[in-house]
Design a protein. Structure first.
Length: 173
């Protein structure tokens, strides 16, 4: 595994954590339900910690950020605001879908690093911690999914496609 691959991992994770921050920020601006808002604020604060870590790693390893940052900011904030404007159910459905993709994303990076770069122990352990946080976000969000609706199903599908697309693009540019 080359240095370039580690750079890709750092770049896409930085973009992802930044995207997460903006999604939750968009939700916090629009959510009305006080209880859901409290939960989202807690998730948001964890995303800020994740982001801080990748900002630091980017500096140390001299990784350039994705050039799509302004675009992802707009997409993230819009998705967050839109889902929260529909209600706490939709906001949580959005979170459930995002974190479901991120769970698999981190899991595959961890598998890859453990095989190819077992010396990157600090990075691997951090990814494991972050992955546990993201799974926790997904599981909390899933408790809101008591009444499935076609709208929520469509929203989840669209969000998953969007996140997967964002991941594959942000690795490269
Ligand atoms: Fe995160
Ligand atoms: Fe998260």
């Amino acid at each position: 595994m080359k240095k370039k691959d580690i750079h890709q991992i750092v770049r896409v994770n930085h973009a992802g954590e930044l995207g997460a921050k903006w999604i939750y920020q968009g939700q916090l601006d629009w959510i009305k339900d006080a209880q859901a808002k409290e939960i989202i604020r807690h998730m948001y604060e964890q995303e800020l910690d994740h982001l801080k870590y990748f900002e630091k790693v980017m500096q140390v390893r001299q990784v350039r950020p994705t050039i799509l940052m302004p675009f992802w900011k707009w997409v993230g904030k819009t998705a967050g605001a839109f889902s929260a404007a529909l209600g706490s159910d939709a906001a949580m459905a959005c979170t459930e879908a995002v974190e479901d993709v991120i769970d698999e994303h981190y899991a595959s990076q961890i598998r890859h690093l453990e095989k190819e770069r077992p010396d990157e122990i600090e990075l691997i352990n951090t990814l494991k911690t972050f992955r546990a946080d993201e799974c926790n976000h997904r599981d909390i969000a899933a408790t809101y999914d008591q009444s499935p609706s076609p709208l929520k199903r469509t929203l989840k599908k669209a969000v998953k496609i969007g996140v997967k697309l964002a991941i594959s693009v942000s690795k490269r540019i």
